[in-house]
Write a protein that binds this ligand. Structure first.
Ligand SMILES: [Mn+2]
Length: 316
């Protein structure tokens, strides 16, 4: 049985909208009410809320004043959690928190594979960014494309895949092309089916035989499912695709770490859909606390309890 440990990373300096730094608290409240099992292991909560104001980077030199210390602290927590035998789940915060959590995963397992599930590429550098916001740059940081003067373990481009992307800047497209990074767009998922697309990523990264870190940006989900986020993009993962994806992830033999980022509880929009994406996340994490042979079973239960109002195929 996998012992899941929540790690609070209430960091919002990578973007401009207030509220995302409250993400961990809001997740804790939500889980306490609906999925208390997730709190059996005491959460690491030292970065529960960080009030540093947002930082913009427009060239590599700007990064010298960037507050990397909070990310280093997070990296240490994630690495320690794994070494103690837990599955750390880093709750953002904006996606810049992955600069810490994935660094921690690489410290624990240098050959860690990373699946980056996101509407965006998050692979801008301070030179290519149009906004200067660091939550659009964490993947480039991890690949060693900026702040190179900081000593750190580098994520190799062969060890990462993007999944569900549908909004890339032209500079990002060039980086992905030049580095030959595996990237599966949401339109491919819609066209060819999520099972096939996941299989491709799984083979590309050899997920079956590797330690895996999944970095999940809630904006990968369709805004009808999960509107509570700062940079929503239409036509994302639908409920059926989310269930399949979460199921695939839960079946990974060597899943080592998860990020759930960009939940902004102050974005108070009616979801308008029949399902609240927070429950999809909660059910997914809850399923990870079950012995793996029971997870398929659990999935059927969760589908049958939520599919009533939805036009999802019945998998059972
Ligand atoms: Mn992101």
């Amino acid at each position: 049985m996998c012992k899941l440990q929540l790690i609070a990373a209430g960091i919002g300096i990578g973007q401009d909208l207030a509220g995302v730094e409250n993400g961990p608290e809001a997740w804790f409240d939500f889980f306490r009410e609906h999925y208390p099992r997730l709190l059996y292991v005491p959460p690491e909560a030292s970065l529960i809320k960080n009030n540093l104001s947002s930082v913009h980077l427009h060239n590599n030199k700007d990064s010298q004043s960037f507050p990397f210390a909070v990310y280093d602290q997070l990296a240490q927590q994630v690495a320690n959690s794994q070494r103690r035998g837990f599955l750390p789940v880093t709750l953002g915060g904006d996606h810049s928190v992955a600069m810490g959590s994935i660094t921690g995963s690489l410290q624990a397992q240098p050959n860690m594979k990373v699946v980056w599930v996101d509407a965006h590429g998050d692979i801008n550098t301070p030179e290519t960014t149009l906004t200067g916001r660091v939550h659009g740059m964490p993947l480039a940081y991890l690949l060693g494309l900026w702040a190179q003067d900081r000593f750190r373990l580098r994520l190799h481009e062969k060890n990462v895949a993007l999944f569900g992307i549908r909004d890339l800047d032209s500079g990002e497209k060039k980086i992905i092309r030049d580095l030959g990074i595996k990237a599966v767009s949401q339109s491919e998922i819609s066209r060819r089916g999520i099972n096939k697309c996941w299989q491709e990523v799984s083979e590309h990264l050899n997920l079956a035989n590797s330690p895996v870190h999944v970095s999940f940006d809630v904006d990968a989900m369709d805004p009808k499912l999960f509107p509570y986020t700062g940079v929503p993009v239409n036509r994302g993962l639908n409920g059926y695709e989310c269930e399949i994806l979460f199921h695939k992830i839960s079946q990974l033999k060597n899943l080592r770490a998860i990020d759930i980022v960009e939940f902004n509880p102050l974005v108070n929009i009616e979801s308008g859909g029949a399902v609240d994406g927070r429950h999809l996340v909660g059910q997914f994490l809850n399923s990870l606390t079950q012995p793996s042979q029971n997870r398929a079973q659990l999935k059927r239960i969760s589908l049958s309890t939520t599919s009533e109002n939805m036009a999802w195929p019945n998998l059972a």
